[in-house]
Design a protein around this ligand. Structure first.
Ligand code: ATP
Ligand code: SF4
Ligand code: MG
Length: 330
C-alpha cells in the first residue's frame, strides 16, 4: 500500500549565535497505513525537531530542505496557515506534558468543543458531543467525565484525554513526542496499554518518539534509531532488536538492558555538538569498532540483512573502503 507519509532527505538547521545547529541531517523513511514507527535516540539527537517538521510545526527561523509528502503535498515547505489547517484534522500531535496543554479552567467538554469547532465549525453541539464521547470511549474514559475539569483526572487519564483530543477528528497520521516522560506515575505496562489502545481503536499511523526502548519493543512495528541528526538504522522491531547491525543500536540496547538490571550504565562519551559534528560517521569518536575509514568517509546507506536500512562501514560495501581503511581507528 501507499505510505501515509514519506520523508525524503529531510534537513533542518537552527541558526544560533554559535553557528548553525544541524538538528536533522538527511533523514528518509516512510510509514504505512496503520503502522507505528518508533523513533529512539539520545537527548538532543533531533527527534523532536524531526517530529515537528512532519507536523509543519518548525519555528519560523528554522531552515529546512527535503520533502515530507502527505496526501500528495509537501508539509515541509507548506505555509504555516496551510499546515495549521491540516493539523488536528489530518495530522495529530500528542505532546509531552498533558497538564500544560489542558486549560485548568475549562471543562473536558469545552476542550473538545474548541478542538472540533476549529476544523468543523458547522457541527451541532450534539454532533460534537457524540464525536467527543466516542473518542473518550475508545481511550477508556467514562462518558460521565465529560463535564469534569482536568485536575479531576489522574496522570494516566489525562494522557488518555490528550490522546482522545488529538484523535477526535480521526487524523491519518499522528506524532506522539515522549508521551510518557511526564508520567513517572505510570508504569511501563500502563503506557504500553494506552498506546496499544490508541493503535487498535484509531487505526492511525503513528510516529512514537521515546527514550524508552522497552516501549518501542512492545508498541511499535518498526524502529528508527537516530544519532546526531541522522537515522543510522531502521527496520522491523524484531529484526533490529534481535540482530542490531549498527554499533550505536547495540550500545543503545545494551545501556537499556543494564539500566533495568545492574543500575545506570550509559553509553560512554557524550553526543556530539551539532554546530560542529564529527566528520564522516558521526558516531566514530564513541564507536568501539571505529576504523580509519569511519573518520574520513561517510558510511554508505545500505539495505540491512533482514530488511530495513543501516549506514555503517562494518556492514557497508567493503570494496568501497580505501586501502588501509579497515585499520582500527587510533
Ligand atoms: P530530547 O530527547 O532531549 O527531547 P531531541 O532528540 O528531541 O532531544 P531536539 O529537541 O530535536 O532533540 O534538538 C536537536 C538539537 O537542536 C539540539 O542540539 C537542540 O539544542 C537544538 N534545538 C532544538 N530546538 C531548537 C530551537 N528552537 N532553536 C535552536 N536550537 C534548537
Ligand atoms: Fe562505528 Fe565506523 Fe560503523 Fe561509524 S561507520 S558506527 S564508526 S564502525
Ligand atoms: Mg525531544
Amino acid at each position: 500500500p501507499e505510505p501515509v507519509i514519506s520523508a525524503r532527505d529531510v534537513r533542518v538547521w537552527y541558526g544560533t549565535t554559535r553557528g548553525a545547529i544541524q538538528a536533522v541531517d538527511g533523514v528518509s523513511f516512510e510509514i504505512a497505513p496503520g503502522e507505528t514507527l518508533g523513533l529512539v535516540g539520545e537527548s538532543g539527537c533531533g527527534k523532536s525537531t524531526l517530529g515537528r517538521g512532519l507536523m509543519g510545526l518548525l519555528p519560523a527561523g528554522a531552515k529546512r530542505d527535503g520533502e515530507v509528502i502527505f496526501k500528495g503535498r509537501d508539509i515541509l515547505s507548506m505555509r504555516r496557515k496551510d499546515a495549521y489547517e491540516l493539523r488536528g484534522h489530518d495530522l495529530g500531535m500528542i505532546f509531552q506534558e498533558p497538564l500544560t496543554r489542558l486549560n485548568p479552567l475549562m471543562r473536558i467538554s469545552q476542550h473538545f468543543e474548541e478542538t472540533i469547532r476549529q476544523h468543523e465549525p458547522d457541527l451541532s453541539k450534539d454532533e460534537v458531543r457524540d464525536m467527543a464521547l466516542e473518542a473518550m470511549r475508545l481511550m477508556g474514559i467514562p462518558p460521565t467525565r465529560y463535564k469534569s475539569y482536568p485536575h479531576e483526572f489522574s496522570g494516566g487519564m489525562r494522557q488518555r484525554l490528550m490522546i482522545a483530543l488529538a484523535l477526535v477528528l480521526r487524523p491519518a497520521f499522528v506524532v506522539a513526542d515522549e508521551p510518557t516522560t511526564a508520567l513517572d506515575v505510570l508504569v511501563e505496562a500502563q503506557i504500553v496499554q494506552i498506546l496499544n489502545d490508541l493503535r487498535r481503536n484509531f487505526r492511525a499511523s503513528l510516529l512514537l518518539i521515546t527514550h524508552n526502548v522497552g516501549i518501542v519493543a512492545e508498541a511499535c512495528d518498526r524502529v528508527a534509531v537516530m544519532y546526531a541528526g541522522r537515522i543510522v538504522e531502521q527496520g522491523r522491531v524484531a529484526d533490529v532488536f534481535r540482530n542490531p547491525q549498527h554499533p550505536y543500536t547495540r550500545e543503545l540496547l545494551r545501556s537499556t538492558i543494564s539500566l533495568s538490571t545492574t543500575g545506570l550504565n550509559f553509553i560512554p562519551g557524550a553526543p556530539p555538538d551539532l554546530v560542529d559534528p564529527p566528520d564522516a560517521c558521526r558516531f566514530h569518536p564513541r564507536c568501539p569498532q571505529a576504523m580509519e575509514v569511519c573518520a574520513s568517509r561517510n558510511p554508505v546507506d545500505i539495505e540491512r540483512p533482514g530488511g530495513g536500512r543501516v549506514e555503517c562501514w562494518l556492514v557497508g560495501p567493503k570494496d568501497q573502503i580505501p586501502a588501509g581503511g579497515e585499520q582500527p581507528l587510533k
